[in-house]
Design a protein. Structure first.
Length: 222
């Protein structure tokens, strides 16, 4: 399939050029049953994208999942240009325009890891709006055969407010949480490449659920 039409910065122009998502991108993998313990066992390559608003636990979950699956981990926060970091540090929410190049960079970095021979990759990105998720959903155009899965972490705003408030040394302050919720578009039912996880539970409960659902996703498409 030809790559979608894109803007000069490589961003697909609109949803009518971003066809892939739920139906066209298979959501699972044939595995030997040991896939979750050893990702190298899987036949297909995977991008596991951990999403949700600030403080939902993306980094926490992604690091543990990457270790478990023996895959590289891409920390989305590290791919913001300095101008974005400065804005967020000053309590100014990013705009769509601020996010496009960042989203493309994350997609390209994921594809780069797949091209380099890794059997999969785990990355973090808030991906608050559906059109942001759609930017990543075109990854299989650039890495044919890769399967993309979103792991959407959700909890009430008050819970995340407390967690971001308690977190030390991060440019994203608690004053940014409300703006994240105000633009959040939780994945809809037709976004069938999404696993939803309630993160208002303990880290252990969250991780147990993530690993169970990841394994189930893989096995259901065997
Ligand atoms: N399930 C959880 N329960 C309590 N605290 C958590 C949980 N998951 C993560 N945290 C803590 O909440 C804060 C935000 O988590 P983090 O992984 O940085 O979120 P994100 O990457 O989505 O912004 C961190 O201080 C982290 O240790
Ligand atoms: O750890 C966090 O608090 C978030 O991951 C945060 O650092 C992320 O970079 C922003 O969410 C920027 O992107 P958005 O404004 O698109 O969420």
């Amino acid at each position: 399939m030809a790559p979608p039409k894109s803007l000069p910065n490589g961003i697909p122009t609109s949803s009518n050029t971003v066809q892939p998502a739920p139906a066209a991108v298979p959501n699972g993998v044939t595995s030997t049953g040991t896939a979750v313990q050893d990702g190298a066992e899987t036949k297909h390559k995977h991008i596991w994208l951990v999403t949700g608003p600030a403080g939902c636990g993306k980094s926490t979950v992604a690091k543990a999942l990457a270790t478990h699956l023996n895959m590289p981990y891409i920390e989305g926060d590290e791919f913001h240009p300095p101008a974005n970091i400065e804005k967020m540090s000053n309590g100014i929410p990013l705009t769509d325009a601020d996010r496009w190049d960042w989203l493309t960079a994350l997609r390209q970095e994921s594809v780069r890891h797949i091209d380099a021979g890794n059997h999969g990759v785990v990355l973090t990105c808030s991906a608050l709006k559906r059109k942001y998720r759609d930017v990543i959903r075109v990854a299989p155009y650039f890495a044919p055969g890769v399967f993309l899965h979103f792991i959407y972490l959700h909890a009430p705003e008050e819970v995340l407010l407390k967690r971001v408030g308690a977190r030390q040394g991060h440019y994203m302050g608690a004053n940014m949480v409300h703006s994240q919720f105000s633009i959040l578009e939780p994945p809809m039912e037709d976004e069938t490449d999404v696993i939803s996880i309630d993160v208002s539970r303990t880290p252990q409960e969250v991780m147990d659920d993530v690993l169970a659902q990841v394994q189930q996703t893989m096995e259901s498409d065997e």
